[in-house]
Design a binder for this molecule. Structure first.
Ligand code: GSH
Length: 211
């Protein structure tokens, strides 16, 4: 098995933090997306949509998509369960993972991809011909991140972790999203006490070193 990885990129970081929580190590092959390695012919045979991460199994099967990779690892290494143990936990983890991605991650990505010179003509991932930046998406992303922080702060006033009492993959997506947003100087508001409390707790887990 091998993981096509790029340690600076947020979706590979989600897989790396997940692996660290499981105590599992998988050999990696670096695909440096800054140097356009995702568009090489050999990598496009691994993932036709030119994105990382990808997990290649020993039989040659290539699993793309962060959550699909994490689910596969969860099946092989069920302890500790990061996708929940019963019907209610599983559904809540799915719910909060989706909110972390749609309310948070995608907006942080819009902000970075549409503002940073390093992402010029890379408005969307995995498009060899390029996608122009749209400046308006930066402001829209900033407003959306504000709503994401508010909503998650409110939630974390009710629960220790994002999806409930136990740490889960939803915490990983939320944590990676917040670190990612800090690259465009978007930080958790100081007044968001619950979210700041939770961030400190997750940041102190050994798995956060995977970022
Ligand atoms: N939906 C995919 C998204 C993967 C993705 O966007 N990966 C980024 C790195 S975080 C990438 O490969 N970017 C390539 C590019 O910028 O062209 C997943 O969940 O794994």
């Amino acid at each position: 098995m091998k993981l096509y990885d790029f340690k600076m990129a947020p979706n590979p970081q989600r897989v790396n933090m997940f692996l660290a929580e499981k105590g599992v190590e998988i050999p990696t092959v670096e695909i440096n997306t800054r140097e356009r390695a995702q568009f090489s012919e050999s990598y496009m045979a691994v993932n036709a949509v030119s994105q990382v991460p990808v997990l290649e199994l020993d039989d040659g099967t290539c699993i793309a998509e962060t959550m699909a990779i994490c689910r596969y690892i969860e099946e092989l290494h069920p302890e500790p369960p990061l996708f929940g143990s019963d019907a209610k936990e599983k559904a809540l983890i799915e719910m909060w993972s989706r909110r972390a991605e749609f309310m948070g991650y995608l907006n942080a990505a819009d902000m970075l991809r549409n503002s940073s010179p390093a992402f010029e003509d890379r408005g969307l991932p995995g498009v060899p011909g390029g996608v122009p930046q749209i400046a308006e998406l930066v402001e829209r992303g900033r407003n959306a991140m504000g709503r994401f922080f508010d909503h998650f702060d409110q939630r974390l006033g009710e629960t220790r972790f994002v999806a409930g009492d136990t740490f889960s993959v939803a915490d990983i997506t939320t944590f990676v999203t917040i670190r990612f947003a800090s690259r465009v100087e978007v930080e958790i508001p100081a007044a968001a006490n619950n979210l700041n409390r939770w961030y400190g707790e997750v940041d102190s887990r050994p798995s956060s070193a995977a970022l």
